[in-house]
Ligand binder design. Structure first.
Ligand SMILES: [Zn+2]
Length: 295
């Protein structure tokens, strides 16, 4: 892919919207209590009831720092899983190359949580079948509680949600920097816990002067999730997701923060406006046409 990904300038930071590719997942899982008749208008399901989703990974650049937020699915899935989720080898390294960067140039990764569609790209499967660290020079920032739950899932639901995590953690063990609570990773770039989707889910925020940007990961995974009750069935605490969403989005309306969506197939990021009590998209960074409709 020769075209560089779309980007935003946030003060002295550049935020480039990488994607690890399109994939598909069950619409019911993505929209929780919302009836299919409502979500299918914005996200038409295929014959398997799957909707098309993105794996947006904002890359935050300043000076020598190149910090990516989440890593997509990567190339570690087996052939059955590739079919289920309609995902191939992932695009992250191609998109980095279009910016003149290699995987080894990434200095940091902020992992929102350890579900496979956010941390799978932390490893690469080599032709031999062995796994290697995808970002050998990166410091990997995740909440300590998220790591503990992934390593010791105490019931069947958590065991299923983190079944892939062991190989990702083992391959990156000495690169992991578990954090407790909020952390300023470099001046102006923050990792902040939200809970909600998982108990220790975190988001990434950039603030420089009057400009700001936030990647809300699975708190607002698509543009449709701007609505309060539209939350994923995966959320362990949907009420916390709603509270965090409402707090971050009202802030975004008042200080014109750019918000990016982890899984939206059409919009990478947008400003949010309050139109007579309803949150609507303002100025947008659209997913370019050549990145849509293929996976
Ligand atoms: Zn996700």
């Amino acid at each position: 892919m020769a075209e560089p990904p779309p980007s935003l300038q946030i003060g002295s930071f550049k935020v480039a919207f990488l994607t690890d590719g399109l994939w598909r997942n069950d619409g019911g899982c993505m929209f929780g209590v919302v009836p299919r008749e409502l979500w299918k208008r914005e996200h038409p399901p295929d014959e398997l009831n799957r909707v098309r989703l993105n794996l947006t990974c904002p890359l935050i650049l300043r000076g020598r720092e190149a910090i990516v937020v989440d890593t997509g699915i990567g190339n570690r899935l087996d052939s059955t899983e590739r079919k289920i989720f309609s995902h191939g080898d992932g695009w992250l390294s191609d998109h980095l190359r279009a910016l003149g960067l290699e995987l080894g140039d990434i200095t940091g990764v902020i992992v929102s949580h350890l579900h496979f569609d956010h941390c799978g790209g932390l490893v690469r499967r080599k032709e031999s079948g062995q796994l290697e660290a995808a970002f050998p020079r990166a410091r990997i920032f995740l909440q300590k509680g998220e790591l503990e739950i992934a390593e010791n899932p105490r019931n069947e639901r958590l065991r299923a949600a983190y079944r892939h995590a062991e190989e990702i953690i083992a391959t990156n063990r000495h690169r992991l920097e578990p954090i407790e609570g909020p952390l300023e990773i470099i001046p102006g770039l923050y990792a902040t816990p939200t809970g909600g989707h998982t108990r220790d889910h975190q988001v990434a925020r950039v603030v420089d002067g009057a400009s700001s940007f936030v990647h809300l990961a699975d708190i607002v995974p698509t543009r449709s999730h701007l609505r309060g009750p539209w939350n994923q069935a995966y959320d362990l605490d949907a009420l916390t997701t709603m509270e965090q969403k409402s707090r971050y989005l009202s802030q975004a309306v008042s200080d014109r923060t750019w918000v990016s969506f982890a899984h939206d197939d059409a919009v990478f990021a947008a400003r949010v406006n309050n139109d007579r009590g309803k949150l609507v998209l303002g100025e947008k960074v659209a997913v370019p046409e050549h990145l849509r409709g293929v996976s």
